[in-house]
Ligand binder design. Sequence first.
Ligand code: MG
Length: 380
Amino acid sequence: MVRSISILGCTGSIGRQTAAVAQHTGIRVAALTANRKIDLLEQQARQFHPSFVAVYDEEAAKAFKIAVADTDIRVGSGMSGLIEAATLAESDCVVTAVSGSVGLKPTLAAIDAKKRIALANKETLVCAGDMVMARARERGAEIVPVDSEHSAIFQCLMGRKEGELHKILLTGSGGPFRGRRRESLEDITPAQAVAHPNWSMGAKISVDSSTLMNKGLEFVEAMHLFAVTPDDIQVVIHPQSVIHSMVELVDGTVIAQLGVPDMGLPIQLALTYPERKASMFEHLDFWKLRDLSFEEPDLENFPCLRLAMDCARKGGTAPCVMSAANEVAVHKFLRGELGYNRIYDAAAGAVEAIAWEKADSLETILASDEAARAYVRENF
Ligand code: MG
């Protein structure tokens, strides 16, 4: 169990829940970072008394510094501020809850500083999975997943020996538009896309869940985290989100992890692991669980998942390009500037348009990420 944490992206959904779990389990919040929501950040800073706070946006950082001038909190800004929070001597764990590729450099810095990484930032592994996992092995830094599916797989694999795993069964709810045809989704509004049936999450990930791009990103993430090939992962649609994922062992045994759909649970385990603590969350009531059902994913009407699986097979910079293009397209959709079905067109178009490269350096990865963003900004 960790004693003291840095939360990168503390004003987002995962960041806020992490702070609450830390308080419940008696873990100190030593550092906080946010992009620019300084009102909430100030409330959190006054509540948790971290030693260091970084605000990514330079202007917002100046305003924040003035707002907390009566405290002894040190304030940093920009990427250097995020890296300082990620490597703070006082923290033994870094929760990477920022959204987007901005999480990449601080995560690598935290690995170099041998911190436990409670990984909630998908882009880190999607864009630079080979590099990040190799670096973590080399430095002996632990990576504990926070995403509910990966936390489930991680738990199902506890105590397993090498060679026992046959395949990973990655479950997903299918999102709010499960069962619908792509043509009928043309006029979906941001409010409809953000209303997830089971999980309460931020806007960007909620849209990704509705297009199944989120499952696609998780597919790539799982491949890296658990060192398996795309053929070793099967996506299973499970609308109730009670089973958070499963593993099938070589003898045919399937081990599943179940729980209420609340992100607080995987967050808490990432902090208390290898211990478990009583939580403040609801427990499953089997008398109320009427049924658990399963379906094949609909790759025809939800082509984002198929695209992500293709990119996982292509490897190199393909997943990064897809993810960056998707991110820009989703934000355009949320601002009302792009139709719902055009999100896929933008992501697929970027993968087609931008030259494939080996993802062997941070420079190449960040250049591909930027090229994908520019492509969507210019063409959509
Ligand atoms: Mg998930």
